[in-house]
Write a protein that binds this ligand. Structure first.
Ligand SMILES: *Cc1c(COP(=O)(O)O)cnc(C)c1O
Length: 378
């Protein structure tokens, strides 16, 4: 029995080992570890890839979101609409700048927030919407931008899981006012450490984000704002510049793996497969199925399936077990259990199967076989 991890990053590294090792050594020998040409080159290439005029590197996806909110002057008294089905950072930064996150229920097919419910949440306090392209699946940006325009709201795209994904042939991160990216190792474009970036076509916003990321300082030792210290290291920048050349290839491999799961699993009853939406090109950061829970009182069938797979050497993940509106830290926002029923159902049913560039058809067959076994035994 072969063990199958949820993600195996060594397979990517093997492919680019020679050029990566020598690029990293070159930086080590240069003595120039912060900023410099390596970072400028990456920012330029990434902006080109996404299809925007400006890219500003920073330390993480979390900092990218923080910079975007700050640069757009969002703070105390403001509301920001987002999805409750995302990594905590999306909402955390809204709270950290002093604004209030407002959560919209999701749709089960895509796991993205339900655009038919966004407009009802808009109040005079609403300043921005943060769509999250969750698991690599793009939000319908045509509809979202129309809503934002009608209400004069900013759109900050959380592209942390969707580097390379597109809506209507335009890359996510180039459609809203600002795009926020994470280069955490398991993301589609992953560094060998932390990293992040913001993208925009608005040079004034880009300039403000550059000032904020360096202690609110437009020139050395002069400080106009309270900012932060967040940057991408030169070592990470050269690694990302190399990996960017392989990103489309790796995303194609993810697409092929998603197609194969679809073929292997489409006839299995009691699991629901993720649906690709028309108009969108997903990059499958995760392949997440729902294990249908017939009765609410029983032990979660999804958890039993996960255990079963684990015994077969297959590690699956639960993204995300607690929707953000029910997180203890957000008790004071006043949400009740049952208020956002679809996301609460998803939290009980989702299971992310092993998905990464280089996963073999045999491994996927082993996953599918074990999953069918699990469902017939439980
Ligand atoms: C990973 C992630 C983030 C945060 O990125 P970091 O680089 O880990 O700070 C934000 N939003 C989503 C949806 C993510 O998946």
């Amino acid at each position: 029995m072969k063990k199958i991890p949820p993600v195996d990053l060594t397979r990517q590294y093997k492919l680019i080992k020679a050029e990566t090792d020598s690029a990293v050594l070159e930086i080590l020998n240069s003595g120039r570890y912060i900023g410099g040409e390596a970072v400028a080159t990456f920012e330029e290439k990434f902006a080109n890839y996404i299809g925007v005029t400006e890219c500003v590197g920073c330390n993480s996806g979390t900092d990218a979101l923080f910079l975007a909110l700050k640069a757009l002057n969002i703070g105390a008294g403001d509301e920001v609409i987002t999805s409750p089905f995302t990594f905590f950072a999306t909402a955390e930064v809204i709270t950290r700048v002093g604004a209030k996150p407002v959560f919209v229920d999701i749709e089960l097919d895509t796991f993205n927030f339900d655009l038919t419910q966004v407009e009802q949440k808009i109040t005079p306090q609403t300043k921005a919407i943060i769509p999250v392209h969750i698991f690599g699946q793009p939000v319908n940006m045509t509809k979202l931008m129309a809503i934002a325009k009608a209400h004069n709201l900013y759109v900050i795209e959380d592209c942390a899981q969707a580097t390379g994904a597109a809506w209507n042939e335009r890359k996510v991160g180039s459609i809203g006012h600002v795009g926020c990216f994470s280069f955490f190792p398991t993301k589609n474009l992953g560094a060998c450490g932390d990293g992040g970036a913001v993208t925009t076509n608005d040079s004034a916003i880009a300039k403000q984000m550059r000032i904020l990321k360096e202690h609110g300082s437009p020139q050395r030792y002069r400080h106009d704002f309270i900012g932060l210290n967040t940057r991408i290291d030169a070592v990470q920048a050269v690694i990302l510049t190399i990996k960017l050349r392989y990103l489309d290839y790796w995303n194609q491999q993810r697409q092929q793996a998603a197609n194969y799961y679809q073929e292997l699993l489409h006839s299995v009853t009691s699991i629901k497969l993720p649906q690709a939406i028309a108009g969108g090109d997903s990059v499958w950061n995760q392949y997440t199925v729902c294990v249908t829970q017939e009765s609410l009182n029983k032990k979660l069938k999804r958890n039993l399936v996960q255990e079963y797979l684990k015994h077969q050497g297959i590690i699956s993940m639960i993204y995300y077990p607690i929707p953000l509106h029910l997180q203890p830290v957000y008790d004071d926002l006043g949400y009740q259990k049952g208020q956002l029923p679809i996301v609460e159902q998803a939290a009980q049913e989702v299971l992310s199967l092993p998905m990464f560039p280089g996963i073999s058809p045999e491994e996927q067959e082993q996953v599918a076989y074990a999953l069918k076994d699990a469902l017939s035994e439980i």
